[in-house]
Write a protein of this length. Sequence first.
Length: 281
Amino acid sequence: MIAPELQERLRAVKHCVVFTGAGMSAESGIPTFRDRAQGLWAKVDPAEVATPYAFRKNPQFVWDWHVHLADAVRRARPNDGHAAVARLQQFIPRVTVITQNIDNLHQAAGSRNVIELHGNLMRLKAFVDVDELFNGDASPLICRLCNGYAVSDELDRYAGPEDLAAIELKAGSVPRCPACGALLRPDVVWFGEPLHPGMLEDAFLAAETCDALICIGTSLEVEPAASLPWRAINRGALVIEVNPVPTPLSLAANARLAGGAGEVLPHFVSSVWGSPGRRSL
Ligand code: OAD
């Protein structure tokens, strides 16, 4: 399925970026966002559940929606595609996985160098209400436990990191930081929020210096992540796309593998680099 000359070039790659979106985890049972019938955004307006404004207006509603998503993520196991991505580490000196997914499945499959551009659903952090903050008269107090802007200046001196770490994304009322009382939220990037600057710089640098980028299961509709394959192409890297549906990248890619990640990737990795456990010569 990959031309022999392209296979040769892939075997010479020293740094490969694997850039993934929701389609990577579809075969693990986690819905994508923009699938017309089953996608998460077909069922709810993202403005109602995935923005800081929505959380300020109705924290419980936003929390409950994330709890529901977390149930699917907890049930999910890495699929054969995640395993194939992890297997690239046996053959290529440097592999950087840059994912828009918040489900931890690349790490669970054994990928070691993972940049989670949109955060991680299972981590919590303090909700910082930016509007509230800039309307207030006093300078905010930073809570030593949650690093958020403390809502009460009477911090509980006895609350420790273990109390915060014990709080999970699960059904019930929205939890609060045990020290300062700030509301807690999942550590994911919502619409209207910036990506972590250091992480974004690392992702841009990896895309601009790699020899190959494999783009898997993303519609490439959300910036700045969507620019990564173009940054790689502009620097002369090989680009392979894995997606059952064509995207804006398809015509520019060196090869397009049409199909699901779990079905296409194991075959792709074996045909270019060799079978599991064996190093291709
Ligand atoms: P989308 O839902 O926009 O796109 C999923 C892509 O996966 C589509 O191109 C599908 O054709 C493809 N796909 C479906 N099944 C697949 C399979 N089995 N194997 C491979 N590909 C398959 O999801 P993303 O592009 O990840 O952001 O969306 C990007 C961002 O938009 C998400 O990270 C999220 C969302 O709003 C935030 O939450 C910040």
